[in-house]
Design a protein around this ligand. Structure first.
Ligand code: IPE
Ligand code: IPE
Ligand code: MG
Length: 231
């Protein structure tokens, strides 16, 4: 087995699930779970920034389907995002983390859109890690948008490479996809980018997910043999 068949972890993606259940279990409102979940994002991002090979960590924060939730919860999540970005700027700069957002931000308030753009601009030269937050994101919407932009550019036929490059962030395959909370589904996350990702489902609820558990997962994955269709 050559080393190239093994995992070099460059891009990890996380479906952060279980905030609501975490809160309910402790007798809190669901919103408390989202607040606790935001703390986990910071811990995991900082861990990734300190990791040798990880270049990008993509977190699913709000799906195109999450608008179906009660208005008050949606509003809380929008406000939390704004507060998080404001507060985390110091963390981004301290740990040399570049922030990027993917998804359709046009549905957000003007002030939140500004906060997102400002945070992207202020952190654009940071080189330790790219933290991508998927916001009002859907994998199908992203692929559809990519194909439409290719059509608009005049293409009559598109290749896989064309689509990869037309996706929202500079394209990078995902090495490991983690979902917390025991659910074992994709929920419309990075459909194109997960083609050869290794999956890991953990029962841990997102607010309880620690850098230590991530470390164990990464160690486990480096032992896997990725065949990419070969032998
Ligand atoms: C994930 O936690 C956070 C978001 C989807 C915003 P949930 O809010 O889905 O928590 P559960 O799944 O209801 O426990
Ligand atoms: C997926 O979690 C979306 C995010 C983590 C942002 P959900 O809790 O919304 O997914 P389902 O409804 O269980 O599929
Ligand atoms: Mg959920």
């Amino acid at each position: 087995m050559t080393l190239s068949n093994k995992i070099t972890i460059k891009h990890i993606a996380i479906i952060m699930d279980g905030n609501g259940r975490w809160a309910k279990e402790q007798g809190f409102k669901r919103t408390k779970g989202h607040e606790a979940g935001a703390e986990s994002i910071r811990d995991i991002t900082t861990y990734c920034a300190g990791h040798d090979t990880i270049e990008t960590a993509t977190f699913y924060a709000f799906s195109t389907e999450n608008w179906k939730r009660p208005k008050l919860e949606v509003e809380f999540l929008m406000k939390l995002l704004d507060t998080y970005l404001k507060k985390e700027l110091a963390t981004y700069q301290k740990h040399q983390i570049r922030f990027q957002a993917i998804g359709d931000m046009s549905a957000f308030s003007k002030s939140l859109q500004k906060r997102i753009q400002k945070t992207e601009a202020l952190t654009k030269d940071n080189t330790n890690l790219i933290q991508v937050l998927a916001l009002n994101y859907g994998g199908r919407a992203e692929i559809t948008m990519a194909v439409n932009s290719l059509i608009q550019s005049g293409k009559k036929e598109v290749s896989e490479d064309d689509i990869s490059h037309a996706l929202q962030t500079s394209y990078q395959d995902i090495d490991i996809l983690i979902r917390t909370s025991g659910e074992e589904r994709i929920s419309n996350f990075l459909l194109w980018q997960i083609s050869y990702a290794e999956f890991y489902f953990t029962p841990t609820l997102w607010p309880d997910f620690t850098a230590k558990e991530l470390d164990t997962i990464l160690h486990n994955f480096t032992q896997r043999h990725r065949r990419f269709g070969g032998l």
